[in-house]
Design a protein around this ligand. Structure first.
Ligand SMILES: Nc1nc2c(c(=O)[nH]1)N=C([C@H](O)[C@@H](O)CO)CN2
Length: 120
């Protein structure tokens, strides 16, 4: 299946379970793979026939900047559900990385979820 992707989208949010984390914003990085048949868009050079990664990036930034979840799990789950509904995405894989949460984890920490059904 074809995919449209967004890699390394970075924005800030209030996120975390500890008291000190409720008083500041921390960076979060989003990697998103979305199943989509790109052939109709390619055939007609038609942006409306594909997933507009610029529009989806803007949606993610607005959603995340307005959020204040405790767990990255909750953020991932809510964001994935909203993205699927808003953009009619049949299947997606979403990675949410909290790059500064654990100093010794150079590549960050976080979650990866897959939601929906991969079209055959
Ligand atoms: N699986 C998770 N573990 C932890 C989370 C989380 O959201 N999911 N959050 C924290 C703290 O907020 C941490 O990021 C502070 O450094 C700890 N573990």
């Amino acid at each position: 299946m074809d995919q449209v992707f967004i890699k390394g989208l970075t924005t800030d949010a209030v996120i975390g379970v500890y008291d000190w984390e409720r008083t500041l914003r921390q960076p979060l990085i989003f990697d998103l793979d979305m199943a989509w048949d790109i052939r109709p868009a390619a055939a007609d050079e038609d942006l409306a026939a594909t997933l507009n990664y610029a529009a989806i990036s803007e949606y993610i930034i607005n959603f995340v900047e307005a959020s204040a979840f405790l767990l990255v799990e909750t953020l991932a789950e809510q964001l994935a559900a909203q993205l699927r509904k808003e953009f009619h995405i049949p299947w997606l894989r979403l990675r949410v990385t909290k790059p500064t949460a654990v100093k010794q984890a150079a590549g960050g920490v976080g979650v990866v979820i897959e939601r929906g059904v991969l079209p055959s």
